[in-house]
Design a protein around this ligand. Structure first.
Ligand code: 5GP
Ligand code: 5GP
Ligand code: 5GP
Length: 215
């Protein structure tokens, strides 16, 4: 058996900063439901092993059934918008996340998406960074960003950066670790490995100058 459901050690709960996504891709497309708020948004809730490896696509038979999450859709449009091109309503992104990651958990579709939404409301990154004086439109050190999250949430985070067209490192994604019940944050058993962030990280604002291909 390559990957049986629930056979994992913890989750990464990954949030993206929309302005950085748009810079990384050189462009992005706002969802058909409207321009996202200037706030972190959910990328995914990913089961992981302590070894750093992870299961994926555990049930090729299962696809996202819109009727099973209809009560969550308005919250998902706000907290889990899709920025990929061409513009979509989110179903394709959510369906991908369900198939690749959700099927490797023991949660049903509704519980999986609901759990992610609850985690987003428990970890209000924009607010806790702001409480530490870290606000969009400025540059910060990696240490100051990590410290603000650790102090505001009580748990450490892994910061993933991207490089914008001018060559600046930007705050792109924040990884928090969550227990297998998908309800409580934990200290990360292992951090993802990626490239460095440098020590001068832009936290770009998502204002009118952000490029979207289909305005
Ligand atoms: P990238 O290679 O862009 O970092 O990640 C591509 C995709 O691989 C992610 O969107 C996610 O689906 C998956 N992925 C990357 N790193 C991890 C990880 O550490 N854990 C898990 N569970 N999935 C990951
Ligand atoms: P991953 O495998 O990296 O978890 O999922 C990323 C996939 O979802 C990619 O195929 C990407 O094109 C699609 N996608 C759609 N909307 C978004 C978005 O807003 N952010 C990210 N990171 N991926 C998105
Ligand atoms: P250390 O474990 O010695 O603190 O860090 C080892 C390396 O990982 C250093 O280059 C440090 O900058 C980097 N690092 C530590 N935390 C993070 C993080 O959250 N994101 C990224 N991208 N690198 C990190």
């Amino acid at each position: 058996i390559l990957c049986s459901s629930q056979d994992f050690d913890f989750f990464y709960f990954v949030q993206q900063w929309p302005a950085s996504y748009c810079d990384t891709r050189r462009s992005c497309c706002y969802p058909t439901t409207g321009k996202p708020d200037e706030d972190f948004s959910i990328h995914g809730l990913w089961p992981n092993y302590n070894s750093g490896k992870y299961p994926q696509n555990c049930d090729r038979e299962s696809s996202l059934d819109e009727s099973k999450i209809s009560d969550l859709v308005s919250r998902m449009q706000k907290d889990w918008p899709t920025l990929a091109c061409p513009s979509g309503d989110g179903m394709k992104f959510w369906g991908h996340e369900w198939e690749k990651h959700g099927t490797c958990t023991s949660l049903d579709q509704h519980s999986y998406f609901q759990a992610a939404l609850e985690l987003k409301s428990k970890a209000n990154l924009l607010q806790l960074l702001g409480d530490a004086g870290i606000r969009p439109g400025n540059f910060y050190s990696l240490e100051s960003i990590k410290q603000a999250i650790e102090e505001g949430l009580g748990y450490g985070a892994y910061i993933e950066c991207n490089v914008d067209p001018e060559g600046n490192h930007q705050l792109y994604q924040v990884y928090l670790c969550v227990d297998t019940s998908a309800s409580s944050f934990i200290q990360c058993p292992v951090l993802p490995h990626g490239r460095g962030c440098g020590n001068n990280i832009e936290f770009p604002s998502f204002s009118s100058d952000s490029q979207s291909r289909d305005e």
